[in-house]
Design a protein. Structure first.
Length: 340
């Protein structure tokens, strides 16, 4: 990017980030929805479209693009069209401050974590609009369930991040990466100081909250087919349903990249390895992408392994277990930060 005007450099970064979102979603769909669940159930999954079914997603997208875009007669037609793109825009905005290298970041905001937590909350608005505008009681019920669930699990997610902020002393995502690569733990510097070692409780809470934010099993009550026949998605067809679908997988990769940045050292390798800054321009994106895909695999492994919770169990788990645990983690982190 050296020598380019600011607007040109920013445009290139935005273009790359915009390409990463659908690419990450496509990789997640193929690896986990098409293949992981198949292997878990002792079958091969899609194998006909491309080598080992690698072009199955292309076939699926082509199918959905050909489907009729139906809008219910009683729906608010203007509002009905907006939610898929509100949620997609929210997903794109999350990637703006996720660093993938020394300079591979669209905007290194001083309050990067605060920004991510803020924009990730916008999806609630899209879901509520989808539920209300569909003029369908099941869609409305699913939208209300989703809103209650997202509000309940955003709190432990935010509180889980506070422990990292206290330990790092900054809200900047890039600075958090550098803090983990340059430190040491138990006198060992060959692994750096990934915060998963000291913030393991926060890491687990963050992953659980991600699962709920994405509406993945066991937290898929808003779209439970057996109760609300698809919830807020029930009236969406064609390209609008496709956008909802791909946004879910892109958001899974995005949240996993955030978790990798906060707890697993992000794109940087430990400084004790002696890898230069120039090399990390090329290695860094591969490192963060690999960590993000690995965590995405954990998310979908849980999705395909766990039974669905009841609504009361879902809320009780957030308010009576996750939030107290995250508050305890904050208190212990603060005490150790002052004492050590």
């Amino acid at each position: 990017m050296i020598g380019l005007a600011y607007w040109a450099e920013t445009a290139i970064k935005v273009g790359i980030a915009a390409a990463v979102v659908p690419t990450g979603a496509a990789v997640a769909v193929y690896l986990f929805l098409f293949k992981l669940i198949s292997f878990m159930q002792s079958r091969l999954g899609p194998m006909e479209a491309g080598p080992h079914g690698s072009l199955q997603l292309v076939a699926e997208v082509g199918k959905w693009l050909q489907k009729e875009d139906i809008i219910p007669d009683n729906a608010d037609k203007t509002l009905f069209k907006l939610p898929p793109f509100i949620i997609l825009a929210t997903t794109f905005l999350m990637f703006v401050v996720i660093p993938a290298g020394p300079t591979a970041i669209v905007s290194s905001l001083p309050v990067g974590i605060f920004y991510i937590l803020a924009v990730s909350s916008i999806s609630v608005i899209g879901i509520l609009i989808a539920g209300w505008a569909s003029a369908n009681k099941y869609a409305l019920m699913g939208g209300i369930r989703a809103a209650g669930q997202l509000i309940a699990y955003e709190l432990p997610m935010i509180l889980a991040v506070v422990g990292v902020v206290i330990q790092a002393g900054t809200l900047n995502m890039q600075e958090i990466v550098y803090q983990q690569s340059g430190g040491e733990i138990f006198g060992l510097d060959w692994i750096g100081n990934p915060y998963i070692l000291t913030q393991f409780v926060g890491f687990i809470i963050f992953l659980v909250a991600i699962q709920a934010e994405l509406g993945q099993t066991p937290f898929d009550m808003p779209v439970a087919e057996s109760e609300v026949v698809g919830g807020y998605l029930v009236e969406y067809t064609g390209i609008r349903f496709l956008v909802f679908f791909l946004s879910e997988f892109a958001a899974a990769v995005g949240f996993s990249a955030i978790a990798a940045t906060l707890f697993l050292g992000g794109w940087q390798l430990p400084e004790s390895w002696g890898i230069g800054r120039t090399a990390m321009h090329f290695i860094g994106p591969l490192v963060i992408f690999g960590k993000a895909i690995a965590l995405t695999g954990v998310i979908f492994w849980v999705r395909f392994s766990m039974p669905r919770l009841r609504e009361d169990q879902l809320q009780r788990f957030a308010w009576k277990f996750l939030i107290p645990a995250s508050l305890a983690n904050i208190a212990i982190t603060a005490i150790l930060k002052v004492a050590v």
